[in-house]
Design a protein around this ligand. Sequence first.
Ligand code: ARG
Length: 289
Amino acid sequence: MSEAIAAPVEAPLRTAHKRRYLMCVPSHFTVSYSINPWMEPSRPTDTARALAQWQTLYDAYRDLGHEVELIDPLPGFPDMVYTANGGFVVDGIAYGPSFRYVERQGEAPAFIDWFRANGFETVVPEEVNEGEGDFLLAGDVILAGTGFRSTGDSHAEVARVFGREVVSLDLVDPRFYHLDTALSVLDPVEDATTGPANIAYLPGAFDERSRAILAERFPDAIRVSDEDGAVFGLNSASDGYNVFISPRAKGFEAQLRERGYNPVLVDLSELLLGGGGIKCCTLELRGAK
Ligand code: ARG
């Protein structure tokens, strides 16, 4: 009798979808105040290094065929490089930001002006929200984070603005203060070959109710280890095949490969001093143009 050989698990064939992103050159990057546990104003920052690392992300997107738009950096706003917080854009509608902390509030008009000037139907928000930092589109559904920055009322506002289902998730660990630090959408577009949008997430960043929702809605999700979460492994962008992640998230990298994704490693260690990573520096522009 021949010995049983475990059949290799076939990873699905993934396809890259062209994306359009908004980024901001970190010309004024530094850490001069602290609004999250990663930021220590007494620790020196290296703006030239931040610029060089940011450039590798910009180049990686462009080399893989994505389009990148730029918004002008404003002096005095060192966090403007984290464009994910500048809005949430779906179907050509741009929902503007209303920042939680005064240090970033001056960024909001700049983002709103940029959306208007670039042909987006622009909605000025009434509720405190930090854009794609806390709102992620997974297939048809909007996953929305709260607990530290965006309010629960902003979730209701987003549901009205986009006419889509919004699933509220509670963040409980201050290190993971935006949804995009704890959860990553891997297949942003419903893809007939790979099925519904899948996600990766850090279970420990959510309360029990939210963990139960995620387990039920995304039974095939990649659950990332605390170790990979702690190096901002989940703060990543995906085009459905290429997943742009931190080189420090070794376990997540292997999990992605097993599933047929192509991890693209981009080190933004300098920008992590401000509490941000790859996804924070990337705002997806969906529709318009
Ligand atoms: N220093 C910024 C802040 O605390 C970092 C923002 C990171 N952005 C993100 N999408 N997670 O607001």
